[in-house]
Design a protein around this ligand. Structure first.
Ligand SMILES: [Zn+2]
Length: 305
């Protein structure tokens, strides 16, 4: 099964990255940083959860007059102190989506942005323990956990831009994994920060999160429609830096993912059993190395919200 080979590559990557030279921080032992090989003003921050499944990337993009931090991880350890060591520019945060492994450290920052459709989900998650999504495989003290707060979050929508000086970051709304799931294109390098939408691990389009609003966007169909809509723009990107797994993927993953959504829509029943995460058995479809894990009620528009 091709997807098993791909997940083995993933495990090898997770083991390899532990051995690599990285920038380390006395104030936060959970995070390691790597400068992008094309542009040292892009810094990738890796939070290793000790098991490749939940390790997560945050990306810091520095311009001449401002910096944009994509996601704040699980909120374990002091993230703000790390960012202050990496840039002296004013920092805004953009959450690719509301899930707890991407928003956990938000309360340490003043200017936080998220797609308008994900804000209600994020607010709902504050009062629900499962929303926090702290990694179960990692040992950490409760003192290291940054408390969540119901701070004001600024709403963004598709096509909005962040002007950082010498580079522009453009928001691309890409629903499916979440209703307001987004990706970001960097004008200077042509890197697509693809969040949890297009990555070397499976894109999850699964039931399991409470559907507050826009449940029709939590589907393979919505993902497919958005990919088709944005394909002209996405075809121009040079590299993909997702939020999990390998970085600097070739842009062939974009068309592969579109192909994968098409195949699921054509024949939703043609899946293989996905048992990589035993607590999360599901159905997987793998096309041209793009993988989607889905449930049948998340293929087409769901009517019940
Ligand atoms: Zn994630």
């Amino acid at each position: 099964m091709r997807w098993k080979e791909l997940m083995q590559q993933q495990d090898d990557f997770a083991a390899e990255i532990r051995k690599q030279d990285a920038i380390k921080f006395a104030s936060n032992s959970f995070i390691k940083a790597f400068c992008n090989r094309l542009d040292p003003n892009i810094i990738h921050l890796y939070f290793d959860d000790g098991n490749s499944g939940g390790s997560v990337w945050m990306h810091l993009i520095c311009g001449e007059c401002g910096a944009l931090l994509l996601d704040t991880g699980y909120g374990i350890g002091n993230l703000k102190s790390v960012i202050e060591q990496l840039t002296d520019k004013p920092v805004s945060v953009f959450n690719t989506h509301w899930h707890g492994d991407h928003t956990g450290g938000n309360s340490q920052f003043e200017n936080v942005y998220m797609h308008e459709f994900d804000i209600p989900y994020w607010k709902e998650s504050l009062s629900c323990e499962a929303g926090r999504m702290l990694p179960v495989t990692l040992a950490f003290s409760q003192d290291a956990v940054i408390p969540l707060s119901d701070k004001f979050i600024r709403a963004v929508h598709d096509g909005m831009t962040f002007h950082l000086g010498g580079r522009i970051e453009t928001i691309v709304h890409m629903p499916g994994h979440s209703a307001g799931n987004c990706m970001v294109i960097d004008s200077k390098t042509g890197i697509l920060f693809s969040g949890d939408a297009i990555l070397s691990t499976p894109t999850l389009v699964i039931d399991g999160f409470p559907a507050v609003d826009h449940a029709e966007l939590l589907t393979v169909e919505a993902f497919h429609t958005a990919l088709v809509q944005h394909m002209k723009q996405l075809n121009k990107v040079k590299w993909l830096c997702p939020s999990h797994g390998r970085l600097m993927l070739s842009n062939k993953y974009v068309s592969a993912m579109q192909h994968c959504t098409e195949e699921i829509l054509k024949a939703p029943d043609k899946w293989e059993r996905y048992d990589y995460i035993p607590s999360l058995p599901g159905m997987i479809r793998c096309v041209d190395d793009a993988m989607i894990v889905y449930t049948l009620n998340r293929v087409h528009k769901v009517l019940e919200a």
